[in-house]
Write a protein that binds this ligand. Structure first.
Ligand code: DPP
Ligand code: ZN
Length: 884
């Protein structure tokens, strides 16, 4: 399987201007008639037309109605001797949707037909120029059994429908917007829909629809509300309105990804559509809001302006993640609720993207090469890509960024473009800005992999009343990139005085202070900043709001961090200070092998946050949650997952015991009364109450006091929403309470017919805090539970991802049984669904960091997978890179 390189890009030799598709849908054998209007691209030397196709049965090829000679080689249909003028090419093929377990292309799920075409699924439906820079208008006719498939949908507008002989019916859809094939979609299924008409600011009326299976209609309100909010937000913030009469979301339970932004017909994993208070947690509600937003926002950033080639994937994904993050922040009104969302996003970035950027799969936001593009739907392309866009906004300001977006659409609407085009538009709309000044250097964020390290050292000169801050940056080698050039790094910062006051910031040479917060733009390897007029020695608060995706070493002392935790006006850095205090203590114990002892200063600091009169509950919950085992591992040169677990559990137990009365107080005082609402204030209260409950049950696990486990079980039974029910269940399971078994059984019995809840049931058990190997043993047993299946991606992930990615202590065992489990599942899954298998394969990314005996055993397991001859390109690429 060849390596595909960005530098090899060439424009297509042909354009397909329009396509007319007819589907005769049958699970075993679907007939696809594909009529394309094709013309040569005069800018490219004359050559054969090569159409991509995969697992298709080709039955007929006609050019302008006449049969022609053709050949099929390397999964391409090749036609020579074509007319110069535009011509009609008709290709007939059949495929077998029911056999399509990869869930790419046209497949069946729950008795209906669905499609997924990004990145290269359309070639599994028909022969085509399956590349994003070939944009065509589509008209689509669907024919299917009227009883089994009453709903027939495709992109755009419904122009015709009717009945056919033999119990069949048909529908014809026309999408007026030219689009690449990856945005094609069809659905034929037995579904019901919630619909709502809205009137946009422009006065235009739109029909919004959310399609689900018959029993799920009561779980569609939140998705619809999120969609309505998305339409309004994009108009208000960026002046971008919905360009279609009808916008549809369809939920399907077998889906590889979260959702897909097909033009006018978004197809969603049920996980990101279905919610009611009894089945969905606050986190699920938030996930639905952001994914509905994300896919909707793609209509402009991705669909109207798309990617020239797949190396530009972050052009749409980084930008659209940034937009969905901003959307979720703008929906909440308090600055602290915005900060909570920012902290959660940064936590995700550090948990997934930083390890990726330090491991064998490290790649630039705009990769230079790939074997299988599906492997590059990564945290780097999505989340680091979003940080790159966020830095642009920081450098040009919020209004400047909006101007840049406007220019981007003026220049490129309807085109397939590159990351360079985007950055250029934002810079050109902001002449004189730091972005425009340093654009070439800034764009290294697109080309250099790896997380930059920033060092900060401050020095106060009492006589001169100055504070000198020296910032320097450095990049470590990554695969294929041994050396790094400096990046442009915006460092938002402030200086805090001994009484917690925010000091005015005046650099030497300036006439007056410029407020108490500013953005320093580090663009050289080393820069010095001299602040003047300071009567007191400040504590620096650097990288506020996580203004750049870097690793900061600021050399702050414990006392400095305690000061920031108590006083920083920037909630992100306040949270960060608390995490750093914990990190220092935990890492100290992990490195030295000595027993952990949480000192009074730390405990008191945590107590004052917990008891703070004005801080939000959601923020408190974040501060009082210890850094994860995965995050701890990333700070270490050599990783012993069992040691990390031991120390972190000891810390949790000490927090449980030292703050026992405070946890009781927190639990009692954070009860939400009245009906369920997923708003950030009530969600924060529930989160803190659930954290308190977890600590109270943990404390009880050593005192053997039955009161809190008993109350927790009662709360589990009486809960009126899933957040509280799952919180109580989790407290019991993670403290290994005796009542946990009964609760798990009851939970399963209550929700046996709710697939998404049963996923939670699997995941909770597989991600539970390991104790004496019991969690791993349980996870292995659950493989043969009648509800378990590798064929449904959500279910497969609920067990395998929870164990292999989210539970290091259960996964990394001295007897290597976790790695055997991993290799077996990767191989089994690869025969069913290579995309999913390749995701699971990445659980071993960081194996070289492991201590012995884990390291050798991990290598052996990866080698066993790599030795399999009939591996997919997807998994082959991952294991080859891991072993390199
Ligand atoms: N393009 C999709 C999304 O990120 C992924 N399939 O929205
Ligand atoms: Zn996306």
């Amino acid at each position: 399987s060849p390596l595909i390189r960005r530098e090899d890009y060439t424009a297509p030799a042909y354009w397909i201007r329009s396509v007319d598709l007819t589907f005769d849908l049958d699970p075993a054998k679907t007939l696809v008639v594909n009529r394309m209007q094709v013309e040569r691209n005069p800018a490219v030397a004359a050559q054969a037309l090569r159409l991509d196709g995969e697992e298709l049965n080709l039955t007929r090829v006609l050019v302008n109605g006449d049969s022609v000679s053709f050949r099929v080689e390397n999964q391409q249909l090749v036609l020579d001797n074509l007319p110069e003028t535009p011509f009609t090419l008709e290709v007939r093929t059949t495929c077998a949707p029911e056999k399509n377990t990869q869930l790419s292309g046209l497949y069946t799920s729950g008795g209906g037909f669905f499609t997924q075409c990004e990145a290269e699924g359309f070639r599994r439906i028909t022969y085509f120029l399956d590349r994003p820079d070939v944009m065509a208008t589509f008209s689509v006719t669907l024919k299917a059994d009227a009883t089994k498939y009453p709903v027939l949908l495709s992109n755009g507008n419904l122009v015709e429908q009717g009945t056919l002989d033999g119990g069949k019916h048909y529908a014809k859809w026309v999408d007026p917007h030219p689009k690449p094939s990856y945005l094609f979609a069809l659905v034929a299924a037995n579904l019901v829909c919630r619909e709502q008409k809205i009137r946009a600011r422009s006065g235009r009326e739109h029909l919004l629809q959310v399609y689900v299976r018959a029993g799920d209609l009561d779980k569609t309100e939140h998705a619809m509300n999120s969609l309505i909010a998305s339409v309004a937000w994009d108009e208000a913030r960026f002046g971008l309105s919905l360009d279609l009469d009808r916008f549809m979301i369809v939920a399907v339970s077998d889906f590889n990804m979260g959702a897909m932004e097909n033009k006018g017909l978004n197809i969603f994993n049920t996980k990101y559509v279905l919610a009611n208070p009894a089945t969905a947690t606050d986190a699920d509600y938030a996930g639905i809001e952001s994914v509905v937003g994300h896919e909707y926002f793609h209509n402009w950033t991705g669909n109207r302006i798309t990617c020239r080639d797949w190396f530009q994937l972050s052009l749409k994904e980084g930008l659209t993640v940034f937009r969905d993050q901003e959307f979720s922040q703008d929906l909440v009104h308090s600055p602290s609720a915005r900060a909570v969302k920012r902290i959660e996003d940064v936590r995700t970035l550090r948990q997934h993207q930083f390890p990726e950027d330090a491991g064998p799969m490290a790649h630039p936001v705009r990769p230079d090469s790939y074997v299988e593009i599906n492997n590059f739907y990564t945290a780097t392309v999505y989340d680091k890509g979003a940080e790159v866009v966020r830095m642009m906004q920081t450098l040009v300001g919020r209004d400047g960024f909006a101007r840049g977006m406007t220019l981007y659409f003026q220049r490129h609407d309807g085109q397939a473009v590159t990351c360079d085009d985007f950055a250029q538009a934002i810079a050109d709309a902001n002449p004189g800005s730091a972005l425009a000044t340093h654009l070439a250097i800034f764009k290294r964020w697109y080309s250099q992999a790896g997380t930059p390290r920033v060092q900060a050292r401050g020095h106060y000169n009492a006589d001169a009343r100055t504070y000198t801050l020296e910032l320097s940056q450095q990049g470590l080698p990554s695969p294929g990139q041994p050396t790094k050039e400096p990046w442009v790094i915006p460092v938002a910062m402030g200086l805090i005085g001994p009484r917690g006051e925010h000091l005015p910031l005046q650099l030497v040479g300036e006439d007056a202070p410029v407020g108490t917060e500013r953005v320093l733009v580090l663009h050289e390897e080393r820069q010095r900043y001299e602040f003047t007029g300071l009567d007191v020695e400040p504590v620096p608060s650097l990288l506020r709001g996580f203004s750049a995706p870097v690793l900061l070493e600021d050399h702050l002392s414990d006392a400095d961090l305690l000061h920031l935790l108590a006083h920083d006006a920037d909630p992100f850095n306040r949270w960060e200070a608390g995490q750093r205090l914990a990190l220092n203590r935990l890492l100290g114990a992990i490195r030295t092998g000595q027993a952990l002892h949480l000192d009074a200063a730390y405990i008191e600091a945590m107590r004052s946050v917990l008891r703070h009169p004005t801080l939000d509950a959601a923020f408190k919950e974040l501060v009082l949650t210890l850094p994860s085992e995965g995050y701890l591992a990333e700070q270490l040169e050599e990783v012993d997952p069992q040691r990390i677990h031991q120390v972190r559990e000891a810390a949790r137990l000490q927090l449980a015991q030292a703050l026992h009365h405070d946890w009781e107080w927190a639990f009692e005082t954070h009860q939400v009364r009245g009906g369920y609402s997923p708003d950030p204030v009530s969600a924060g209260q529930r989160a803190l109450a659930n954290l308190a409950l977890a600590y109270l049950c943990l404390g009880a696990s050593v005192t053997h006091d039955p009161v809190w486990p008993g109350r927790t079980y009662q709360r589990f039974k009486d809960a009126t929403n899933m957040t509280d029910r799952l919180g109580a269940l989790s407290a019991l399971v993670n403290s290994h309470a005796e009542l946990a078994e009964a609760a798990l059984q009851r939970f399963h019995a209550l929700f046996r017919d709710e697939a998404l809840v049963i996923d939670k049931w699997f995941a909770l058990q597989a991600a539970a805090s390991e104790k004496d190997g019991r969690v791993f043993a349980r996870a292995r047993q659950l493989l043969s539970h009648p509800d378990f299946s590798l064929r449904n991606p959500n279910r497969a992930r609920s067990l395998i991802t929870a164990l292999c990615f989210m539970n290091p202590a259960a996964f990394h065992r001295t007897d290597a049984a976790g790695y055997v489990f991993w290799a077996d599942r990767v191989l089994e899954l690869d025969a069913i669904n290579p995309q999913l298998a390749a995701r699971v394969a990445r659980a071993m990314d960081r194996w070289k960091q492991l201590a012995e005996p884990y390291r050798s055993a991990a290598r052996e397991a990866i080698a066993r997978v790599a030795a399999r001859a009939e591996l997919s390109n997807d998994v082959r690429e991952i294991v080859t890179r891991a072993l390199a």
